[in-house]
Design a protein around this ligand. Structure first.
Ligand code: SF4
Ligand code: FES
Length: 260
């Protein structure tokens, strides 16, 4: 038989980027423990809509933990209490009846609140546009065996490729740093043979773009690694710093840390 729980939700409501936000309290009763966290919010929103009230705005898309669109801070932890789990894959069985959940948007200078739990993560897009790609000719699919890659290298690259760009790392960091995200992208592409021709340029351009945005600098708190739903390793940050330093020494580059 399906178990149900009753929760008190304190949810951040904010009408727009310039509006003052506040925590609003909702009683979420008869919530099935089989539901995901987002399905629980759907139920709350259905009830609000029936009462003629404004539903809570939150981001979501795949609901399978692969797109990076969802995310909120639950009781102080981005994506909630389950390690290695996105908010859409968090299930209500991890909560007990009578719990109070404080649900807030990502808190970071670079991620402005658009409405309620929705934040603007376009800073990540601009970093990717600066160099988070490989330049290849498109057309027919290349032969899968044309460029042999050792299994260990591939596995290592895929570990970093798992980053879904959710921004939890930034939200958890006391400095609001984006280095786990940028380190993951630089490491993913920098480990593969296809990523070599643009490796130096990529590191320079992506770090420059990161510094143009309102992100802070890494001081090794490692909270990013602890909350990352894909458990990306901070070794990616070391790899990013190494690539950036090498590229800076090899050619003209802005000093690391210099704001533009
Ligand atoms: S490194 Fe982890 S927390 Fe940061 S954007 Fe990628 S998946 Fe999200
Ligand atoms: S909605 Fe796609 S990862 Fe959560």
């Amino acid at each position: 038989m399906t178990k149900t729980i009753n929760l008190t939700l304190k949810i951040w409501r904010q009408k727009g980027p310039e509006a003052t936000g506040t925590l609003e309290t909702f009683e979420a009763t008869d919530i099935s423990t089989d539901m995901s966290f987002l399905e629980m919010l759907d139920v709350v929103n259905e009830r609000l809509t029936l009462e003629g009230r404004e539903p809570i705005a939150f981001d979501h898309d795949c609901r399978e933990g692969i797109c990076g669109t969802c995310g909120a801070v639950v009781n102080g932890r981005p994506h909630g209490p389950q390690k290695g789990t996105t908010l859409c894959q968090l299930h209500m069985r991890h909560f007990a009846s009578g719990d109070t959940l404080v649900i807030e948007p990502w808190r970071a200078r670079a991620f402005k609140v658009i409405k309620d739990l929705v934040v603007d993560r376009s800073a990540f897009d601009r970093i990717i546009q600066a160099g988070g790609f490989i330049t290849i000719r498109t057309g027919s699919a290349p032969d899968a065996n044309a460029i042999p890659i050792p299994t260990d290298t591939l596995e290592h690259a895929v570990d970093f490729a798992e980053c879904i760009g959710c921004g939890a790392c930034v939200a958890s960091c006391p400095n609001g740093a984006a280095m786990l995200f940028v380190g993951a992208k630089i490491s993913h592409l920098g480990l593969l043979p296809q990523g070599q021709p643009e490796r130096a340029r990529r590191a320079l351009k992506m770090v420059e773009a990161m510094e143009r945005e309102a992100f802070g600098a890494c001081t090794n708190y490692r909270s990013c690694e602890a909350v990352c739903p894909k458990e990306i390793s901070i070794s990616g940050i070391a790899r990013m710093n190494k690539d950036f330093r090498r590229a800076s020494l090899a050619g003209a580059a802005p000093a690391h840390g210099k704001k533009r």
